[in-house]
Ligand binder design. Structure first.
Ligand code: NAD
Length: 473
């Protein structure tokens, strides 16, 4: 009897391989296991790192135009399988199908955007006697670790700059959302030269093995600030380079001259898109007293029209929370608000199971030192906070250990931009939010991260400076 290979295998050294053990992936809308994936052992990780090491000399010497072409071919392979990838993404992550489709499209577009970037040689001196130029060289083998909220977007943020700059990669998706990423592994197995891009899945033990592996030269991590600190410590033993894209507690500041009806839905989606499970979701909404009541009422009315349910069902606008641990965390924050007697404008209750569903919850002007204001909730619960004076709003917005994103909303663009200049964050949006581009750096200030992804600066993170003094005779 012939055995068929299981679906979902890892990509190591150009081959799709299984592991001795596998673990189950849960659909958060049903709490049912939907598939199993390889649980990489230390030997599997060693094999992936070795494959990446062996591929490095050839890949780093490959002309950049050929590397661009490989990235474009990956993007095309993903686009050609978009419907299937989107279905997988909804089933493992929970997001509505339309959101999953736009994530797949975004992955393909981001890779093409990165593929078009340049990293020119910088000439710092040119005289009769000599020329001094700074060239950027790849670092070596990169280990990348992704979170579960945007499995494919985060994979693209890592694959694009890593491969374009001539490094080789070992990529690990979150154990909650490995399916779409392993499907990408299958799609690109024949597209990428063997060993250049390795994709391995594993349970909780795999991340720490990866960050402490002596054969890895750099770690690029997206996830929580708490894990980021552990990774920095682990990477310090061999002085690995690190890029850390971590948590946020993004404020929105709403000025008195806004058009309430126009911005209410925009602010809603800024906070509740992907069920609030976005690093740059708006997590605190500061509203000027002149528009507080009308904006509060408009957002609450809008919230009541939004359909929460299984992302695979037509009409669903918000799916479940991705996993049990995060579901419990968000519910604990809502329970704390209830215990403190905060005024809950909508939501706050339970949705009958199965599935990790939480109703859209909006809290009316809780104290600044409450959990819902101080912590990153990463779920569908948001505080509206009233301010009288813009200086006070800016001070409160900046009073956080985080510094990922922020937005300012106002009728007069110059006034709003002047406020944006005083908010301390890696990205500030004026009258929009959450948009990212492969052309510009994205990263966190303070405890929201170290380094950036995107743009020329994002490419630099995957390189080392090599300075040439070229004497002339
Ligand atoms: P997490 O830190 O729990 O896990 C992220 C990844 O790290 C997973 O793949 C996990 O398996 C791995 N991991 C866990 N412990 C590890 C360890 N000790 N060593 C190595 N790897 C380890 O984060 P999460 O719950 O998956 O994601 C939510 C968080 O991610 C939020 O805080 C969110 O703001 C943040 N996030 C940030 C960005 C950004 O670009 N700044 C983007 C998306 C999400």
């Amino acid at each position: 009897m012939t055995q068929t290979a299981p679906a979902y295998r890892m990509l190591i050294g150009g081959k799709l391989v299984d592991a001795a053990e596998r673990f189950e992936v849960i659909n958060p809308a049903t709490e049912q296991a939907i598939a199993s994936v390889p649980d990489a052992s230390e030997d599997d990780l060693d094999a992936a790192v070795l494959a990446a090491r062996q591929a490095f000399p050839g890949w780093s010497a490959t002309p950049i135009e050929e590397r661009r072409a490989v990235l474009a071919a990956i993007a095309d392979a993903i686009a050609a399988d978009a419907a299937n990838l989107a279905r997988l993404l909804t089933s493992e992550q929970g997001k509505p199908h339309a959101d999953a489709e736009s994530e797949v499209k975004g992955m393909s577009g981001y890779l093409k955007g990165i593929a078009a970037l340049e990293l020119p040689v910088e000439v710092v001196e040119e005289t009769d006697k000599r020329r001094i130029e700074v060239r950027r060289v790849p670092i070596g083998v990169v280990g990348s670790i992704a979170a579960w909220n945007f499995p494919l977007s985060l994979a693209a943020f890592k694959i694009g700059p890593c491969l374009l700059t001539g490094n080789t990669l070992v990529l690990k998706p979150s154990p909650f959302t490995p399916l779409a990423t392993l499907r990408v592994a299958e799609l690109i197995a024949d597209v990428v030269p063997a060993g250049v891009l390795n994709i391995i899945s594993g349970s909780d033990r795999l991340g720490p093995w990866l960050t402490s592996h002596p054969g890895i030269d750099k770690i690029s991590f997206t996830g929580s600030t708490a894990t980021g600190k552990r990774i920095m410590e682990s990477a310090s033993h061999s002085l690995k380079r690190i890029t850390l894209e971590l948590g946020g507690n993004d404020p929105a500041i709403v000025l008195p001259d806004v058009d309430v009806a126009e911005i209410a839905p925009k602010l809603f989606w800024s906070a509740f898109g992907n069920n609030g499970q976005i690093c740059v979701a708006t997590k605190r909404i500061y509203v000027h007293k002149d528009v507080y009541e009308p904006l509060r009422d408009a957002i609450v009315e809008y919230a009541k029209t939004v359909q929460v349910g299984d992302g695979s069902q037509q009409g669903t606008q918000l799916g479940p929370i991705n996993n049990r641990a995060q579901y419990d965390r968000v519910r604990a924050i809502i329970a704390d608000s209830k215990a403190q007697g905060h005024d809950i404008l909508t939501g706050g209750g339970d949705i009958e199971g199965p599935g990790f569903f939480i109703p859209v919850t909006i809290i009316d002007n809780p104290p600044e030192d409450s959990r819902i204001v101080r912590e990153e909730q990463f779920g569908p619960v948001v505080p509206l906070l009233r301010f009288d004076d813009v200086d006070d709003a800016i001070a409160r917005a900046n009073d956080t250990a985080y510094g990922l994103g922020a937005s300012v909303w106002g009728g007069d663009e110059d006034t709003a931009t002047a406020v944006a200049e005083r908010v301390s964050a890696g990205t500030v949006w004026v009258n929009e939010s959450r948009n990212l581009t492969p052309l510009a750096p994205f990263g966190g200030h303070r405890q929201s991260g170290i380094g950036v992804e995107g743009g020329r600066e994002g490419l630099m993170e995957y390189t080392l400076a090599k300075t040439y003094f070229l004497g002339k005779r």
